[in-house]
Design a protein around this ligand. Structure first.
Ligand SMILES: C[S@@+](CC[C@H](N)C(=O)[O-])C[C@H]1O[C@@H](n2cnc3c(N)ncnc32)[C@H](O)[C@@H]1O
Length: 318
């Protein structure tokens, strides 16, 4: 079994299911380690036919698989999200060759493998959701790739002192930060602090058309869902594109550009055998797919790029 930071064990034990998951992972067959990308699937480990049943059982005990797709030693895991679709929107705007990358809110780490395949030197990931970290641990047992490490924590708890990442990603996280407590601002500050001077931030998040927003006393233009957004309980504030750019500028980022906008489609996010619960289609209006079931504009994802200035201006408070 590959070395895992003891920090992870201590954190993951807080989830009552963790010890059972570890026992399962110990049954994972030892395959020839290795990984590659094929048709958007991250393929890890080379298996013998007799291992397929056991691997299927292990992977099934870690449902739901939200991010992917994967081929785990030959077991095809068709995740809820078609990760390749997002990756194709992000990749034209980055050059990861030889870059040291931080992936914040990495889920099970799917995009980290795409980053390594695009030339990144290393990927450090963090995510506080125990199930996703355990999925990553299974994948790592099959891949054996020490250049992709995952910490079981939020960005604000990351125990590393490193502040010299070349590229920091935060994809799908910002809308889950609580606006009223200023957590979105704190989140952007953490991304900024982890970058070397001149480093690049890649932020992917939900936005809404300006006309759906209210103006806050601080001039932010945001939509605050009353209870749920597309059935999700934990979406707190969706900015207009101008407000998103402003948040990045307020954090200290420069050369900010919103480089891509894409409505989330039921082709990209859908229920499968590996995520057999409600998905996007259940969060959209039955009669008008441009609206959520609560009557808000349907999800649009923006990709924003910004840079930490090459020389940090002193006295900047984040
Ligand atoms: C919607 S998923 C996005 C996963 C992946 N980045 C992607 O784009 O598909 C959001 C992830 O952020 C994680 N998360 C939530 N708050 C976080 C925080 N403060 N720091 C790091 N990760 C966080 C959640 O556990 C969840 O896995």
């Amino acid at each position: 079994m590959p070395h895992l930071p003891s920090f992870n064990h201590e954190r993951l034990k807080k989830d009552g299911r963790y010890l059972a998951w570890r026992t399962l992972l110990e049954r994972c067959p030892s395959l020839s380690p290795g990984w590659h990308i094929e048709d958007d699937r991250v393929c890890v480990g080379e298996t013998k036919d007799q291992d397929l049943g056991l691997l299927t059982e292990l992977a099934k005990s870690l449902l739901p698989w939200r991010k992917g797709p994967w081929s785990l030693g030959g077991v095809e895991v068709d995740s809820e999200w078609q990760g390749g679709m997002k990756w194709r929107r992000v990749q034209p705007h980055i050059d990861l060759v030889n870059q040291k990358v931080l992936d914040v809110g990495a889920g099970n780490g799917y995009f980290g493998w795409r980053m390594l395949a695009a030339g990144a030197k290393s990927v450090t990931a963090c995510d506080p959701t125990a199930l996703f970290v355990v999925q990553h641990q299974l994948i790592q047992q099959l891949a054996g790739a020490p250049e992709h490490q995952m910490w079981a924590c939020r960005i604000e708890e990351l125990p590393l002192t490193e502040t010299d990442f070349d590229v920091v990603f935060s994809m799908g996280v910002l809308s889950h930060r609580r606006y009223q407590q200023g957590d979105h601002r704190a989140h952007l500050g953490h991304l900024y602090r982890r970058l070397r001077p001149g480093g690049q931030c890649v932020l992917e998040t939900l936005i809404v058309p300006d006309e759906a927003c209210e103006t806050m006393p601080n001039h932010d233009r945001i939509l605050q869902p009353q209870s749920r957004y597309a059935r999700m309980k934990n979406v707190y504030a969706l900015p207009s594109q101008q407000t998103l750019s402003q948040w990045l500028a307020n954090t200290g980022f420069v050369d900010i550009a919103l480089v891509d906008f894409a409505p989330t489609t039921v082709e990209e996010q859908r229920a499968t055998e590996w995520m057999p619960y409600q998905s996007l289609v259940d969060g959209l209006s039955e009669t008008d797919q441009t609206q959520t079931i609560e009557g808000y504009p349907a999800p649009i994802r923006a990709i924003a790029i910004g840079y930490k200035p090459p020389h940090r201006s002193d006295g900047q408070k984040l």
